[in-house]
Design a protein around this ligand. Structure first.
Ligand code: ADP
Ligand code: MG
Length: 625
């Protein structure tokens, strides 16, 4: 999806009012929540100071599900009720899930809806419900840390997620009570965290090696628009596979049975993972195995040995890289930066191989676990409206309203500003003269109400409208803005089908500063515009009341008014006339109108009764039956 770079529309009316927003990385293995505080994005920790929330949910009987570290620790003892890697199931039907293979330890229940459910001790649950538990935990963490309810969140998804998977993610968020500002592609989030969106243009490779998945994305930033050129990956390759090869090595070294029981298997995997992570910091590490029968067994694993073990796995990530580059039509020397994402890119050998492949130092300054959540937080902060006006930002929304000129020099807005693109909106107009054969279409941009206060984008004409009486022609004008911000306007007469159209340049030829000025202008004038309209309305109303009363009094004031009453009414009338002439405040005129209406209430009633009687006199009663 393309992102259009524009200047911040200054949604926050009060600059001091900071709205609470979070970025959420809903990962296969781990999830995180981050927020921007004092201008810096950072992830939030739980009470035990842990930033990563294992994406694991354990359902228990008669209590709320356990989420995170505790659930992860129990996954070995209660696999059937402990859901791991639920992200793989999002938006998937039962058939897709069967394809995922037999390694899933859950019992799937087929339902009449297409959504498969897993049988747990606490009832059947869908992937959306499980994900919602993870999101709820992160939402609570954010709200406790920030001391208030979240106004909105940006949730990241893999670039290759299809509509069903994205919709499922949105559903989970809704279920968790989150207001989703936007779903953001994970690689784009990582690029944003590194501030790559501040460059004018470039091609970037985002290398994301997590626990169980590998994704490579090639992004192109062009005039502030991020475009996903290609994605590739391996949905069954990650840090877990490194753990497996290390565990096998331990089995071999210790002379254990090739197929250890589940308990020992778990122990081996944990040892392997710890060893792998330690070797990121150290040259070697000791591995100690608690065996039930024998005395403890121990050995040393060096970084070099581990590198040899895991190297084939790293090589496996390079073929999707080649594929993505080919699909994107770029060569490695055209890549401006390589961003490292995912816990497994901490492994030094991974960095080394990636550096060799792309022939440049990959970006590793930001914690690869946190980088996606941090980019999402930056985006959330912008979308919720916390940025000062002069900051540049990425938004895939239209920056200013788009509309058409209508009778009287007024603007009819067709697409309002901040509408997410791509978007198409249509409206019907008609002719105002009998036999009108052509209609001129004037496309305008801006927030003001009148043509002369708006910016003219384009003019074109719809001709050959068949002769019809005024108001009979139905001219449908469609505004369409595509994902790149290209506006096209089409006008079509519905009965004859004649049509005409025009295209307008991306970002409508405005620089960011111009957009900003126009927005400031409209906001500066918004109040004024509104007051002018209210004043005009009250002036018109005052004129109507004054005229009507004067006409009535000229006719029959001496008949229906007693002198005292007359004096009061005349005073009120004079007061309204002078107020109408003097003030530019709608409220003051309104007040005088109300006073006058009150003063002449009895008179008006008397007149009305009299006129009814007059109307009835001379008619026989039966006529009114
Ligand atoms: P996901 O995107 O799938 O949710 P993460 O990005 O959180 O996964 O990556 C998890 C993986 O990162 C695990 O395999 C873990 O062992 C690995 N990892 C975390 N820290 C380190 C480290 N210091 N050295 C090597 N691997 C690490
Ligand atoms: Mg991840």
């Amino acid at each position: 999806m393309a992102l259009l770079q524009i200047s911040e529309p200054g949604e926050s009316t009060a600059p001091h009012e900071h709205r609470l927003a979070a970025g959420i990385d809903l990962g296969t293995t781990n999830s995180l929540v981050a927020t921007v505080r004092s201008g810096e994005a950072d992830t939030l920790a739980d009470a035990e100071n842990s930033h990563l929330l294992p994406s694991v949910v354990r359902y228990v009987d008669g209590a709320a599900p356990v989420v995170g570290i505790a659930a992860h620790e129990q996954s070995a003892i209660d696999p059937a009720n402990t859901i791991v890697s639920v992200k793989r199931l999002m938006g998937r039907g039962i058939v897709d899930i069967k394809h995922l293979g037999s390694q899933l330890p859950y019992e799937f229940v087929e339902t009449d809806t297409a959504v498969p459910r897993m049988r747990t001790i606490a009832g059947d649950v869908s992937a959306v419900q499980v994900s919602a538990e993870i999101l709820k935990t992160l939402k609570n963490r954010a709200e406790q840390t920030l001391g208030g309810e979240l106004d909105g969140a940006v949730i990241t998804v893999p670039a290759y997620f299809d509509d069903a998977q994205r919709q499922a993610t949105k559903d989970a968020a809704k279920l968790a009570g989150l207001n989703v500002l936007r779903l953001l592609n994970e690689p784009t989030a990582a690029a944003i965290a590194y501030g790559l969106d501040n460059d004018a243009e470039g091609v970037f490779a985002i290398y994301d090696l997590g626990g169980g998945t590998f994704d490579i994305s090639i992004l192109r930033l062009n005039k502030g628009v991020f475009e996903v050129l290609a994605t590739a990956g391996d949905s069954a390759l990650g840090g877990d596979d490194m753990d497996i090869v290390i565990a096998r090595w331990i089995i071999e070294q210790a002379g254990l049975d090739e197929n250890p029981d589940p308990g020992l298997s778990r122990q081996l995997m944990n040892l392997a993972r710890d060893a792998k992570e330690t070797l990121t910091e150290q040259q070697q590490t000791e591995i100690c195995l608690e065996l039930e029968t024998d005395k403890p067994w121990a050995t040393v694993l060096t970084r070099g040995q581990m590198n040899t073990l895991i190297d084939p796995l790293i090589s496996k990530t390079l073929s999707p890289c080649r594929r993505a580059l080919r699909d994107a039509g770029v060569k490695t020397d055209q890549i401006n930066d390589v961003v490292m994402v995912g816990g497994s890119t901490r492994v030094l050998q991974v960095r080394e191989r990636v550096k060799d492949f792309f022939a440049r130092e990959p970006l590793v300054d930001i914690d690869p676990d946190k980088v996606v959540a941090m980019g999402a937080a930056r985006q959330a902060d912008i979308l919720v409206g916390n940025k000062p006006d002069d900051e540049m930002l990425l938004l895939d929304v239209i920056p200013l309203s788009l509309g058409l000129e209508t009778m009287g020099g007024l603007v009819e807005k067709i697409i309002h500003r901040n509408t997410t693109i791509p978007v198409a909106r249509a409206q019907e107009f008609t002719t105002y003269k009998d036999g009108q054969g052509a209609m001129s279409i004037h496309v305008l941009q801006g927030e003001r109400e009148t043509v002369d206060a708006s910016r003219s984008l384009a003019r074109f004409a719809l001709r050959d409208i068949p002769p019809m009486v005024a108001g009979a022609a139905r001219i449908r004008v469609t505004f369409q803005v595509d994902a790149d911000g290209l506006l096209s306007v089409t006008a079509q007469e519905q009965t004859s089908g004649v049509q005409s159209s025009i295209e307008v340049k991306p970002s409508y030829g405005l620089t960011d500063t111009e957009i900003e000025t126009m927005l400031r202008d409209s906001m500066d004038h918004a109040q004024e515009d509104m007051e002018t309209r209210r004043l005009r309305e009250q002036q018109v109303e005052a004129d109507r009341v004054i005229e009507a009363l004067q006409a009535a009094m000229a006719e029959d004031a001496d008949v229906y008014m007693d002198p005292d009453e007359r004096e009061q009414i005349e005073q009120a009338l004079q007061a309204l006339i002078s107020m109408r002439a003097e003030t530019d405040q709608a409220g003051l005129i309104k007040k005088e109108i109300a006073k006058l209406e009150k003063a002449c209430g009895a008179y008006v009633e008397r007149r009305m009764n009299a006129s009814i009687q007059k109307a009835m006199s001379g008619h026989s009663v039966s006529e009114f039956d």
